[in-house]
Design a protein around this ligand. Structure first.
Ligand code: FMN
Length: 213
């Protein structure tokens, strides 16, 4: 059995300073995201999404970032899923991009709102046929007695929508995480990592601070 206490990497190929980052964290995210894409890491748009239930218990899962701009960071899911119910009750989330290969992580906290129906429809229509069917097949996060039941439902939906036109389910769509804080973390030599932390002020401008690693 490997000794996990010996697992460690030496970081520090780059540095991040308050002066070198973009004043707007969404633009800074764009710079890092484009870099992550250029480095061909697996699914750079995969992010861990934390939501909190009515007992203050956090829950995590991976979702895919599908759009972002100054308004926020958008992912798509089933509104009746566990995360959907938690967001209905407590519309706040934390998301984390674990770009470990690049010695980087980005953490975004903020309030969450549903995207417009037309935005969801536009994205849904762009998905492949199988993915659109999948949205209809699965009552995400509910207990299901068997895999074969899901496959039977898939066949049923294939027959139902055999003309290729799959409508947007009312229970499916996007959420936008509206950032209040965004932290950029970069691994440094001797554990002197860089943490550049943006906080959104009331007037929409951003403060930038360095946090101790
Ligand atoms: C790489 C990866 C990408 C995923 N992307 C999504 C996604 O974009 N939307 C989604 O609803 N679930 C996605 N999932 C599945 C979720 O992690 C999760 O299982 C599902 O959304 C149910 O979560 P919940 O029960 O907490 O609501 C993805 C899983 C992985 C591993």
């Amino acid at each position: 059995m490997p000794d996990l206490s010996d697992f460690r990497e030496e970081y520090g190929h780059d540095i991040l300073t308050k002066e070198s980052v973009h004043p707007n964290p969404v633009e800074q995210f764009r710079i890092w995201f484009d870099y992550a894409v250029s480095q061909k890491i697996t699914e750079p748009n995969a992010m861990s999404l934390a939501t909190v239930d009515e007992h203050a218990q956090p829950w995590l899962r991976t979702v895919l970032l599908k759009a972002y701009d100054d308004r926020g960071f958008v992912f798509y899911t089933n509104y009746d899923s566990r995360k959907g119910k938690q967001l209905a009750n407590n519309p706040k989330a934390s998301v984390l991009f674990p770009w470990i290969q690049l010695e980087r992580q980005v953490i975004i906290n903020g309030e969450v709102e549903r995207v417009s129906n037309s935005e969801s429809l536009k994205y849904f229509s762009s998905r492949p046929f199988g993915s659109r069917l999948g949205a209809w097949v699965s009552q995400q996060s509910s207990v299901v007695s068997s895999r074969s039941l899901l496959l039977a439902k898939l066949e049923e939906m294939k027959r139902k929508f055999k003309n290729g036109e799959v409508p947007l389910p009312s229970f499916w769509g996007g959420y936008r995480v509206k950032p209040k804080t965004i932290e950029f973390w970069l691994g440094g030599k001797n554990r002197i990592h860089d943490r550049i932390f943006y906080s959104r002020r009331e007037d929409g401008t951003w403060s930038i601070e360095r946090l101790a690693p």
